[in-house]
Design a protein around this ligand. Sequence first.
Ligand SMILES: CC(C)(COP(=O)(O)OP(=O)(O)OC[C@H]1O[C@@H](n2cnc3c(N)ncnc32)[C@H](O)[C@@H]1OP(=O)(O)O)[C@@H](O)C(=O)NCCC(=O)NCCS
Length: 146
Amino acid sequence: MEIRIFRQADPEYLLSLLLRYRILRIPLGLTFSVADLARDKADVHIGAFSGEEILATLTLTDSGHGALQMRQVAVDDAVQGRGIGKALALYAEEYAKKEGFTLMHCHARAVAAPFYKALGYETIGDEFVEVGIPHYHMQKRLGAVL
Ligand SMILES: CC(C)(COP(=O)(O)OP(=O)(O)OC[C@H]1O[C@@H](n2cnc3c(N)ncnc32)[C@H](O)[C@@H]1OP(=O)(O)O)[C@@H](O)C(=O)NCCC(=O)NCCS
């Protein structure tokens, strides 16, 4: 497995969008809006690949004030629970630290909150509804680059 960074203009983006659509949108009866895709333009995208195949993806949005938002975290359901999501999130955190960010935060689906908790994220505030399902705002302070 190889983890690498790409941008919206790169060929990997289409693969990541299809994975996000299958894992995050179809189960909720949702699609992507033009605004969603426009938002992806400024993001840094990260993927885990096995040859030509994408196994997992996430995107990072600069929230300002040294914070990055981890969004659209999706692991192919055929390979969930094997540490790929964790490896991708840790890669994103290392990237963030190298770029000088001090905080990673996310809107975690309540069903996925234990995943972020296992990675050291803490819950901030109360549960809220986004894309029709319960979420928590979670965050992790990032230590210095080793
Ligand atoms: C949630 C998701 C990203 C986790 O990725 P994954 O590759 O399946 O998880 P990993 O195997 O890397 O798990 C890492 C750790 O989180 C824990 N974990 C992962 N999902 C969990 C869950 N649903 N409940 C409890 N613990 C969970 C694992 O036990 C593991 O703990 P450990 O390091 O102590 O052993 C992935 O399952 C997924 O894409 N789910 C569907 C889409 C989704 O909900 N995305 C998140 C949107 S906010």
